[in-house]
Design a protein around this ligand. Structure first.
Ligand code: 0A1
Ligand code: ZN
Length: 854
C-alpha cells in the first residue's frame, strides 16, 4: 500500500504507475436486500494471491458505504476505513472475505452505483461506481465470476448472465463469464418486457427482452429490430456470436450517459432506446439503432476483452465506435454516415483538441476518469482504428481482429496488446503509428501542388499545434487518400492511398496528359485539418465532378465557408458562385437526397469561430450568427422555385417508416422548408405542423417557425399534446433555447428552468436546457454575460447532486480563449466562482482547473 489510498481528492493518477492487484478474485456472491433508504449488500468473495503481483497491503475500494460487518474465513475483522475504502490484515494464502454493507439508493442523485429512477432500482458502475455498492477491488483488471441474489417485492429483478432460480421475493442470476466490477448491473422494479428471440449462427436460441415502464411497451419494436440486426451483423462481419442464454435491455429515465454495456443486461437512457413515429425523429431512430449496436458490440470489444486500466479506455471505446459506425454505414448510406461523422468529429473532437481540454486518445494521467469519456477517446479513437484499417487493408484488418479475439479473449488488455496483434498479423512496424495514441492535438496538413511536363506533384507538410503538457510534436503516420480529376471532369487517377510519415513529403503522379485537379483526403482518410489553397472555381469544379462523395460534400462546405468568412471579415455579399454551384447540386435528382440535405447545411457557428481564431481574428459570435442568417436568407431568395419543388417532390407518401430512404427525403424536404419559411412567413411550416403524423415533420415545422419567431401557437399546442411524455417535453425545452434569438437565449433558458416541468435531477432535462444554451454560440456568448452566469449558477447547484453531468457540462467554457478580452474576463470570473465553491466535486474541480490553466 502506498501512503495515500488511490483516488484521494486532488490526487493525479498516472498510467506509468500501473501495478497489478495483489490478489485474483476466484468468485463473487452478492445478495441484495432491497430497500430505498437501507439496502443491504452482502458479499462473499474468494481472494487468491496473484502470482504476478507483489503482495501489498490488502485494500478494497468503497465509498459512501456503511459497513455492518466484515469477516475473513468466518472470523470477524475490524478493517481500517477511509473515505476511499478499507485496508485489513489478511492471511498469507487464499481466503474468503464476507461483508455486509448498507446503502441508500433513494438518496443517490449522482446516478452512480445503485440508485433509483421513478421507483425502480438500477445501477451504473462504469467507471468506478461499483465501489458505491460494496467493498471490492474496483478496477477493470480484476475479473471474476458473479452470482447474484436479489431479494425484494419488485415483480422484475434482473442481473447479469443467466437466471438460475427465482421464487416469492427473490431471483438469482449467474454470469459464467469473468468480468470486471464495472460491468455489474442490477435492475428491479415494476417493468414490462417486450420479448423476442434470436438464433445464433451456431444454432443457440437466445431470449431477448427490452424492459420498460408500463405504458412504454409500444416504443420497443424498433429497438428490438436494431438489436437483432446488430447480433446478425456481428456474426457476419466480425464472426462474433452472443454467449449467454438471455440478453436484456432496460430503459431508465435518469441516466448520466447514453447507455451501458453491462454483461447481458444493457441499461439505456430511455432517450436512446424508446422510439415511436409520433414521438421520435428520424435522427432519434438512427441514433437509437447505433447505440443499441454500440452496446451490443461491446459484448466482445469491451466485455470479453476488457481494459487493463482506465487509461486504455479507447481500446474498447474507439474500437466499438468504429464498429458501430461500420454497422450504420452498412444498414444505411456509407457516404452519408461518413459525412455526418466528420461533421460531428469537427464539432466536438476538434474543438476539444484545440483547447484546454486536449488530451491524447490514451491519456497518461487523470484525477477523475469520468472526465475522460470524451470525443477524443471515443471519436478520435475510432478514427485511429479507421486509419489502421486503411493502412493495412481490409483483409489484414480482418486477420488482425481474429488474432485479437483469439489471443486476448478473457483478458484485460492494453493498446500495446492491440497494436502487437496488427504487427504480428501484418509484419508492419507500428512504432510511429502509435503516436496517434500518445500525442494530442489535430495535425494541420498543408498541401501545395506543382505541374511539370506530365508529372503532377503534391507536397504535404504536417504540423500539430502544442497542447497542454505537450509543447512539441513529432510527425504522425497519415494515410492520405487522393484521386485526380482531369479538366473534362473525368477521373484520371482513381483513389490511391499515400502514406505520409515525414514532416514534409512529396508524392508524384506521372504520365498525365493535362494538369489535373486533385481530390485530397478522400473519405476524410485522416483526422487532420487540411489546408489547401484553392480558388472558388476549383472548389465548384470538385463539387460538380468529384467521384468521392465525401470530398464532393467537402468542396461544397469549403465554398460555403469561404463565402461566409468573406461576409464576416470583409462585409462581402453572399457569393453568387457558391449559390449557383449549390443550386446545381441540390437539384440533381441523381444524388441521394440525404447528401443534398447535408450540402445545404452551412458550416456551424463554432466552426467559423475556430477558423477565424486560428487566422488571428477574434470571432464576434453575434456577427457570425447574423452572417449565417443572411446567407440562409440569400439561399432562399436565390432559388425559391427550386426549393419549393424539392419540398414538394420529396414528400413521402404513405405510412411513416424510419428507414434511411424515406428519412433522406424528409431531411431534404425539411431543409428546404426551413429556407422557404424565410420567404412565406411560415405558411408552409404551419400547414406541415397541422398535418404531420410523425415527430420528424412536426419538429421540422416547429423549429422553422421558431427561427422566424412565429411559433407561439404551435409551441403551446405541442406542450399540451405531449406534457405527459418526458422525452418529447425534453425536445420542447431544448428547441426553445436552441432557436431563440441570441439576445434572448439566456432569458428563455432562465424562464424555462422556472417552469414546473424543469427537474434538475433528471440529466436529460438539465441537458435539454443547458446543453442547448451552451451549444447556441451567439446566445451563450451574448455580450451581457447572462448566459455564462446562468450556466455557472446551475452548474454549482447541480454539482451538489450529480458531479458527473455537471463536469461534462463545464466543457461549455472550453473555447473561452477564442473570444475578446471582455468575454474572457466574464468567463474567467464564472470559472473562478465555481472553483471557489466549498465541497466542489473532484469531477468539476478537475474540469474547471484544466480550463482555467490554459
Ligand atoms: N461505456 C458506455 C458509456 C458509459 C460510460 C460511463 C457511464 O457512466 C459514468 C455510463 C456509460 C458506452 O460506451 O456506451
Ligand atoms: Zn462504448
Amino acid at each position: 500500500m502506498k501512503d495515500a489510498a488511490p483516488g484521494t481528492t486532488g490526487e493525479t493518477i498516472y498510467l506509468a504507475d500501473y501495478t497489478p492487484f495483489g490478489w485474483t478474485v476466484e468468485d463473487v456472491h452478492l445478495t441484495f436486500r432491497l430497500a430505498p433508504e437501507s439496502t443491504r449488500v452482502i458479499s462473499k468473495i474468494r481472494f487468491v494471491p496473484n502470482p504476478e503481483a507483489s503482495q501489498e497491503r490488502f485494500f478494497l475500494h468503497g465509498e459512501e458505504l456503511t459497513l455492518v460487518s466484515a469477516k475473513i474465513d468466518g472470523q470477524s475483522v475490524s478493517p481500517e476505513i477511509t473515505e476511499q475504502g478499507l485496508t485489513c490484515a489478511v492471511p498469507e494464502g487464499a481466503f474468503t472475505w464476507e461483508a455486509e454493507v448498507e446503502i441508500a439508493p433513494a438518496k443517490n442523485f449522482a446516478l452512480e452505483g445503485l440508485y433509483m429512477s421513478n421507483g425502480m432500482y438500477c445501477t451504473q458502475c462504469e467507471a468506478e461506481g461499483f465501489r458505491k455498492i460494496t467493498y471490492y477491488p474496483d478496477r477493470p483488471d480484476v475479473m471474476s465470476v458473479f452470482t447474484v441474489r436479489i431479494e425484494g417485492d419488485e415483480p422484475v429483478k434482473l442481473s447479469n448472465g443467466n437466471p438460475v432460480a427465482s421464487g416469492e421475493g427473490f431471483a438469482e442470476w449467474h454470469d459464467p463469464w469473468p468480468k470486471p466490477a464495472y460491468l455489474f448491473a442490477l435492475v428491479a422494479g415494476e417493468l414490462v418486457a417486450h420479448p423476442d428471440r434470436f438464433t445464433t449462427r451456431s444454432g443457440k436460441d437466445v431470449e431477448l427482452n427490452i424492459y420498460v415502464r408500463p405504458g412504454d411497451e409500444d416504443k420497443c419494436a424498433f429497438g428490438m429490430e436494431a438489436l437483432k440486426k446488430s447480433m446478425k451483423w456481428d456474426e457476419d462481419v466480425y464472426g462474433r456470436e452472443y454467449d449467454l442464454d438471455i440478453f436484456n435491455i432496460v430503459a431508465v429515465d435518469d441516466f448520466n450517459m447514453g447507455a451501458m454495456e453491462n454483461k447481458g443486461l444493457n441499461i439505456f437512457n430511455s432517450s436512446c432506446v424508446l422510439a415511436s413515429p409520433e414521438t421520435s425523429t428520424d435522427a432519434n431512430f438512427e441514433r437509437i439503432e447505433a447505440i443499441i449496436a454500440h452496446e451490443y458490440f461491446h459484448n466482445w470489444t469491451g466485455n470479453r476483452i476488457t481494459c487493463r486500466d482506465w487509461f486504455q479506455l479507447c481500446l474498447k471505446e474507439g474500437l466499438t465506435v468504429f464498429r458501430d459506425a461500420s454497422f450504420t454505414a452498412d444498414m444505411r448510406s456509407e457516404p452519408v454516415k461518413r459525412i455526418s461523422d466528420v461533421i460531428d468529429l469537427r464539432a466536438r473532437q476538434f474543438r476539444e483538441d484545440n483547447g484546454p481540454l486536449a488530451h491524447p486518445v490514451r491519456p497518461e494521467s487523470f484525477q477523475e476518469i469520468n472526465n475522460f469519456y470524451t470525443a477524443t477517446v471515443y471519436e478520435k479513437g475510432a478514427e485511429v482504428i479507421g486509419m489502421l484499417k486503411r493502412l493495412v487493408g481490409d483483409e489484414a484488418y480482418a486477420k488482425a481482429l481474429d488474432l485479437y479475439f483469439d489471443r486476448h479473449d478473457g483478458d484485460a488488455a492494453t493498446i500495446e496488446d492491440w497494436l502487437k496483434v496488427f504487427e504480428d498479423a501484418t509484419g508492419r512496424d507500428l512504432t510511429q503509428f502509435k503516436r496517434w495514441y500518445s500525442q494530442a492535438g489535430t495535425p494541420r496538413l498543408r498541401v501545395s501542388e506543382s505541374w511539370d511536363d506530365g508529372t503532377f506533384t503534391l507536397t504535404f507538410r504536417q504540423d500539430t499545434p502544442p497542447t497542454p503538457g505537450q509543447p512539441t510534436k513529432l510527425p504522425q503516420v497519415l494515410p492520405i487518400a487522393v484521386g485526380l480529376i482531369g479538366p473534362n471532369g473525368d477521373e484520371v487517377q482513381e483513389t490511391t492511398l499515400l502514406e505520409m510519415t515525414e514532416a514534409e513529403q512529396s508524392f508524384s503522379f506521372s504520365g498525365l496528359g493535362a494538369r489535373p485537379v486533385p481530390s485530397i483526403l478522400r473519405g476524410f482518410s485522416a483526422p487532420v485539418v487540411l489546408q489547401h489553397e484553392t480558388d472558388t472555381e476549383t472548389r465548384a469544379f470538385l463539387l460538380a465532378h468529384d467521384t468521392d462523395p465525401y470530398n464532393r460534400w467537402e468542396a461544397g462546405r469549403s465554398l460555403a465557408k469561404q463565402a461566409l468568412l468573406r461576409m464576416i471579415t470583409e462585409g462581402a455579399e453572399p457569393d453568387p458562385a457558391y449559390l449557383g454551384a449549390l443550386q446545381t447540386v441540390i437539384t440533381d435528382e441523381t444524388l441521394d437526397p440525404a447528401f443534398r440535405a447535408l450540402t445545404l447545411a452551412l458550416p456551424s457557428e463554432d466552426d467559423l469561430a475556430q477558423t477565424l481564431h486560428e487566422g488571428g481574428i477574434t470571432p464576434d459570435p453575434q456577427l457570425i450568427w447574423e452572417k449565417r442568417e443572411e446567407m440562409r436568407e440569400a439561399m432562399a431568395r436565390w432559388m425559391p422555385d427550386q426549393l419549393a419543388t424539392l419540398y414538394r417532390v420529396h414528400q413521402v407518401p404513405g405510412e411513416y417508416r424510419p428507414d434511411a430512404e424515406p428519412a433522406a427525403a424528409r431531411a431534404l424536404a425539411n431543409t428546404a422548408l426551413g429556407l422557404l419559411t424565410r420567404l412565406d412567413g411560415g405558411e408552409a411550416a404551419r400547414a406541415q405542423y397541422a398535418s404531420a403524423d410523425n415527430m420528424t415533420q412536426k419538429l421540422a415545422a416547429l423549429t422553422a417557425l421558431l427561427s422566424i419567431g412565429a411559433a407561439e401557437t404551435e409551441l403551446a399546442a405541442f406542450y399540451e399534446q405531449w406534457k405527459e411524455d418526458r422525452l418529447v417535453i425534453d425536445k420542447w425545452f431544448s428547441m426553445q433555447v436552441a432557436f431563440a434569438r441570441p439576445e434572448e437565449t439566456a432569458d428563455v433558458a432562465a424562464a424555462l428552468v422556472a417552469h414546473p416541468d424543469f427537474d434538475m435531477k433528471n440529466p436529460n432535462r438539465f441537458r435539454a436546457v443547458f446543453g442547448a444554451l451552451s451549444m447556441s454560440q451567439a446566445g451563450f456568448h451574448a455580450p451581457s454575460g447572462k448566459g455564462y452566469a446562468l450556466l455557472a449558477d446551475w452548474l454549482i447547484k447541480l454539482d451538489a447532486l450529480n458531479p458527473q453531468t455537471t463536469a461534462r457540462m463545464c466543457a461549455a467554457f472550453q473555447t473561452w480563449k477564442r473570444f475578446d478580452a471582455g468575454r474572457q474576463a466574464m468567463i474567467k470570473a464564472e470559472l473562478e466562482r465555481i472553483a471557489a465553491r466549498e465541497g466542489l466535486s473532484r469531477d468539476v474541480s478537475e474540469m474547471v482547473t484544466r480550463i482555467l490553466n490554459h
